[in-house]
Design a binder for this molecule. Structure first.
Ligand code: ATP
Length: 585
């Protein structure tokens, strides 16, 4: 199959934002692909070469891809660099550079999907001395045979910027439509949830149809997608939802770990399926000591502890252990942890995902001999709201976040990758009123609509983190501006415009315009909350959340007496959040 067919599909996907249309486009393409090549096509569509849990990632530096584009298109490095400054997207740069390409090389041959994929693999794998040159060489060779559309997508995928807007759920929709039927969508999704591998699901479907995906099961050393919980705010509500009785467990505040044990070897994966084995050698050793199964997949929360008192410490302590390549040994001593196991997904080769919760708990008890570093979660099966509330207080007193309620009904299976009411979290409330104003930096903006057409509709605001020298987003600010302010903002921000997100800015949001972080505005908000999309003090309170200011309003005061780095710091906002936290007792 030719890579051009895939690029054509991407062009069509890019032209729509409708999930239904994307599904149709993909389904049609999947039917045309060779079954032996569909895996590659699916990974590339996700901007990857392998499933998420494979640590080998694409990610060529911009300056390297620009060199390859300049070389292969003959456009010249300065032309390409200028174009990059203007466009901010190596894909568009490649597209334009190749549109202008005067003549194709004499020996140009059409790119096949397999050759393209294998070259990208070789680029991702090359490391060490001389690898930069090799990467540029391999990429130039690919590009020299590419059309402008192919060059666009190759340049995006290699720099980790694919962003076609196709979620894994849309790919699953399309796979079901292409190879089974809409009614079989659940079976297809289940296969993905237990394998975390879209390429594998696609290949099985293409080769063996529905029977193929039904044969995909949980497997040791292949992480499955985590089961997630819904939230409720009282034990009464929870018990009613659970049919009168359920298991309550301590809700520990740490890092979720999925441990895969096989013949004495242990591997650890995070909730996002990243491999964490090398960062927690003490947990690996603890599991080797305490596990009594030949093979198993167990899940638990890894919590920081004070070894002197045996008490749990705040979550932040364990975050020091994440992402380390060096100093792991020191970190083990400085930030000791304990693993509290709460589920058993596979025992001695047997997939337990379809077993009810208490059977899985029994399986867990049968294969773990707990010690100081690996224990089982505190658990009580209760039917009374008063008892549940008393257990909640105990959990808080012991340094936990609250309780996890778990269904014990016949249908209380492990639903990988799903959020539902089989598990319900009951936590201390995380809200905090704001009494003070803050000074925030403008790092981005969104185009205005309606009455604000031609002006900025809202600004993306950030705090400053002096430790990391980064600006971290905290809210979208759209209120409190009069017409004069709006006009002034256009002028004041014009010199700060940059073509893409400034390198000092941490943002999970895509803004329409980006700025050098300079202009400071005074803002009043209603409260500070947790948010997965803002990056202010990210991970300090909860692993997957930053702080956000809700209902922010510009006070009318431009803080031109302050520079960007003199804005309210992320640490200050965290302190405000913690000081004003309303604890629901
Ligand atoms: P979510 O995981 O629900 O998307 P989140 O990351 O903000 O959201 P919480 O809402 O606080 O986390 O609650 C779920 C998390 O609680 C689990 O992912 C797990 O890491 C943790 N946890 C702690 N104790 C338990 C327990 N006993 N059983 C299950 N999960 C637990």
């Amino acid at each position: 199959m030719l890579f051009r067919e895939l690029a054509d599909t991407y062009e069509r996907l890019e032209a729509t934002s409708s999930r239904l249309e994307m599904t149709d486009i993909l389904a049609e393409a999947f039917r045309r692909f060779e079954p032996s090549e569909i895996r590659m096509a699916v990974y590339l569509t996700q901007g990857q070469l392998y499933p998420d849990f494979n640590p080998l990632k694409l990610g060529m530096a911009d300056k390297m891809i620009l060199k390859a584009i300049a070389f292969a298109s003959g456009a010249g490095e300065s032309f390409v660099q200028e174009l990059m400054l203007k466009e901010g997207d190596p894909g568009i740069v490649a597209q334009k550079a190749f549109q202008n390409k005067k003549q194709t090389t004499l020996f140009s041959e059409p790119l096949t999907l397999r050759r393209t994929y294998e070259t990208l693999e070789a680029i991702a794998r090359s490391e060490g001395g001389g690898s930069q040159d090799l990467k540029i060489k391999l990429m130039s060779k690919l590009l020299s045979n590419a059309s402008s559309s192919e060059a666009k997508f190759l340049s995006r995928v290699i720099t980790g910027r694919m962003r076609l807007g196709v979620s894994s759920m849309t790919v699953l929709d399309a796979l079901a439509v292409a190879f089974a039927s809409k009614e079989d969508r659940d079976a297809v999704e289940r296969a993905f949830n237990v394998s975390s591998d879209l390429g594998l699901v696609a290949e099985e479907l293409a080769l063996h149809g529905l029977e193929g995906v039904k044969g995909i099961h949980v497997k040791v050393n292949r992480p499955l997608r985590a089961m997630l919980a819904e939230r409720m705010s009282s034990p009464e509500e929870i018990l009613e939802k659970m049919g009168g009785t359920c298991a309550f467990e301590y809700k520990y505040d740490g890092v979720r770990l999925q441990a895969h044990i096989c013949n004495g070897e242990v591997r650890l994966f995070s909730r996002k399926l990243d491999e964490l084995t090398s960062q927690f050698p003490d947990v690996v050793a603890g599991l080797k000591r305490t596990m009594r199964a030949e093979s198993a997949i167990v899940e638990g929360e890894c919590v920081p502890v004070d070894t002197n008192t045996g008490e749990f410490l705040p979550f932040q302590e364990v975050s020091h252990r994440r992402g380390r390549k060096y100093g792991v040994e020191e970190a083990i001593e400085d930030y000791p942890v304990k693993l509290c196991l709460f589920d058993c997904i596979l025992k001695n080769g047997e997939d337990l995902t379809d077993r009810p919760f208490l059977q899985r708990r029994e399986a867990l008890m049968s294969i773990v001999e707990p010690d100081d570093s690996v224990t089982l979660s505190e658990i009580r099966v209760l039917s009374s709201a008063e008892e549940a509330q008393a257990f909640f207080q105990e959990a808080i007193k012991d340094g936990c976040e609250g309780l996890m309620a778990k269904s014990i009904a016949d249908g209380s299976v492990y639903r990988a990758g799903n959020r539902g009411f089989l598990w319900i979290k009951y936590k201390k409330e995380y809200r905090s009123e704001m009494n003070d104003t803050v000074d925030l930096v403008v790092v981005g903006a969104f185009a205005g609509r309606g009455k604000r057409k031609g002006f900025y509709g809202a600004l993306l605001m950030a705090t400053y983190d002096p430790d990391a020298d980064r600006f971290e987003t905290v809210s979208k600010l759209g209120s409190g501006f009069d017409d004069a302010n709006l006009a002034a903002l256009l002028e004041m921000l014009a010199p700060d415009r940059v073509p893409e997100k400034h390198h000092l800015v941490d943002s999970r949001m895509e803004a329409d315009f980006w700025f050098q972080p300079r202009l400071v505005l005074e803002v009043r908000g209603a409260e500070i909350t947790l948010s997965p999309i803002h990056t202010c003090s990210f991970g300090s309170v909860r692993p997957d959340s930053g702080l956000a200011i809700r209902f922010p309003r510009f006070t009318g005061r431009f803080r031109d007496d302050k520079e960007g780095r003199e804005a309210t710091t992320s640490q200050e906002l965290l302190a405000m959040y913690q000081a004003q936290l309303k604890r629901v007792e």
